[in-house]
Design a protein around this ligand. Structure first.
Ligand SMILES: Nc1ncnc2c1ncn2[C@@H]1O[C@H](COP(=O)(O)OP(=O)(O)O)[C@@H](O)[C@H]1O
Ligand SMILES: [Mg+2]
Length: 503
């Protein structure tokens, strides 16, 4: 009957009582995703705090008697007087292979219906960028599969290229196509959504699941409905997840959609925390936080790891590239892809303004065949764009000018591309070859679409080995080029106006 007594005694004997220190503070004020806490004098900057309802927070301002904290969860259970623990730890997110194929929030919790995340370990969200000596120059290409970018604004692995433009000009579409094109490569793709609508994010995920290689992608979502703190740390969490793979020697493509919303969320939090506003009411360190983030994208020297290529996105208002955040981001990155609403509404998609876009480091990585063919094209296209402005006024033009304009129109038609249909190197080379050799100049403009649609299959049918070789090496030999041109000629004959293919 008293059998419990010895067992209880035993358990009491085994129990080890040690003193432990717990820092417990009290919430003074809470609201709008931030909280002020008193009674935590030992808190350090960027320390993670834990509220009694389990919500994590980040200490972003440490004062003499109070700590200001950004909530990383909804914090619905937090009231004035709630208890808060200091953790003496920075905020960490799960990293590892187990994240691949998953949709996560910015704290690393799954948002899909999958099982709990199997993490390799937990890494701090804020980490220093690689040192100068640990970096290599950008030397390997990153193909987006979009002819206009791969031929005119080529990207390299480890580059940071800004995609910038007004709302609804196809910024996300370019990033998504770049991700989809990696189904043919070994890159890991991470898409970080900051302040995006849930419908937009789910469209991205659906597209990648349908056309890309989702098993090599991670989606980190701090959507418009997420708490501001959670939106704010999204790019940092995504970058930490990318760094895990980079350190394993993998190449990662990190899309941050978008940093304008990130800056706005940061401004909101800063104003709520009563930090002094600067230009356009952004806090003084908004440049620094973006620079620090994007510096983490780099090409590591090969003995240390792989690379992170960052494609941050920025949204402009009425095409104003000289606003505060856009100019900041342009100066931080290695170039920008500028999307123009006018081109978009005219139906030129992707609506890349080639003249105002630049890639400052990718040129040296460009596939040799594309590089050779694109050189002339760029020049011809730039001249055409200038000429076109004049001929809009209906001026009489001579035959040579007319020919140049017709040629330019065909270059423009080649640079247009539907969504979710990235092209391989061989297919791009085929297109550039056709237009560069002026094969299309006699084809009616309305049939160029049909030529583009038919070329892919034609090349793969007529010269399959050459296609594989061009895809692998990025270069094209003399005989291969002849084969390509023969295939192009054959296709053009079928499409020629007299051939009854016009119906
Ligand atoms: N190359 C393209 N071809 C056809 N439609 C496109 C293309 N690029 C974008 N779109 C369409 O344009 C719309 C806006 O694109 P989106 O990428 O969401 O713009 P943003 O991210 O700049 O707001 C979407 O409906 C998308 O389907
Ligand atoms: Mg978008």
């Amino acid at each position: 009957m008293a059998a419990w007594l010895p067992s209880a005694r035993r358990r009491l004997r085994d129990l080890e009582v040690r003193p432990s220190v717990q820092h417990i503070g009290l919430v003074e004020r809470v609201g709008d995703g931030v909280a002020t806490i008193s009674g935590l004098p030992l808190t350090r900057l960027d320390e993670m705090l834990l509220f009694e309802d389990g919500t994590p927070g980040l200490a972003v301002h440490v004062g003499e008697s109070t700590v200001n904290c950004v909530l990383l969860g909804s914090g619905e259970g937090i009231v004035a007087g709630s208890r808060v623990h200091g953790t003496a730890e920075v905020f960490r997110v799960p990293v590892g292979e187990g994240l691949l194929g998953r949709v996560l929030d910015s704290t690393g919790q799954p948002l899909d219906d999958g099982p709990p995340i199997k993490a390799e370990r937990h890494d701090p969200v804020d980490r220093p960028a690689p040192a100068i000596v640990d970096r290599d120059p950008v030397t390997r290409p990153l193909m987006t599969g979009l002819t206009v970018i791969d031929s005119m604004i080529p990207l390299g692995r480890g580059q940071r290229e800004l995609i910038i433009g007004d709302r609804k000009t196809g910024k996300t579409a370019i990033a998504v196509d770049a991700i989809i094109n990696q189904r043919a490569s070994d890159l890991i793709c991470i898409y970080a959504a900051v302040g995006q609508k849930t419908s937009a994010v789910s469209q991205v995920i659906e597209a990648v699941r349908e056309y890309g290689a989702p098993e090599r992608c991670i989606f980190v979502v701090g959507g418009a409905d997420a708490p501001p703190g959670a939106q704010w740390i999204t790019p940092y969490s995504a970058c930490t997840m990318a760094e895990y793979f980079r350190d394993k020697g993998r190449d990662v493509l990190l899309v941050i959609d978008d940093l304008t919303h990130h800056a706005i969320i940061y401004r909101q939090l800063s104003l709520l925390l009563r930090r002094p506003p600067g230009r356009e009411a952004y806090p003084g360190d908004v440049f620094y936080i973006h620079a620090r983030l994007l510096e983490r994208a780099a090409n590591l020297s090969s003995d240390l790891g792989g690379s992170i290529t960052a494609l941050p996105i920025a949204e402009t208002q009425a095409g104003n590239l000289t606003a505060y955040i856009p100019t900041n981001l342009i100066s931080i990155t290695d170039g920008q892809i500028y999307l123009e609403p006018k081109l978009f509404y005219e139906g030129q998609k992707p609506a890349v303004n080639v003249g105002m876009s630049v890639s400052r480091v990718g040129g040296q990585t460009q596939a040799p065949a594309i590089k050779r063919l694109a050189e002339r094209l760029k020049l011809d296209y730039a001249q055409f764009l200038e000429l076109e402005v004049f001929t809009r006024f209906g001026t009489m033009v001579d035959e040579r000018t007319k020919a140049r304009i017709e040629h330019g129109r065909r270059i423009r038609a080649i640079l247009a591309q539907p969504e979710y249909r990235p092209l391989s190197v061989a297919e791009q080379v085929g297109l550039l070859l056709a237009v560069g050799e002026r094969k299309l100049d006699d084809l009616p403009l309305d049939r160029v679409e049909r030529f583009k649609a038919g070329l892919r299959d034609r090349l793969h049918e007529s010269c399959p080995r050459a296609c594989v070789h061009v895809d692998e090496t990025g270069d094209i030999s003399e005989p291969e080029q002849s084969d390509f041109l023969a295939a192009i000629d054959a296709l053009l004959t079928e499409l020629a106006p007299g051939q009854g293919a016009g119906g």
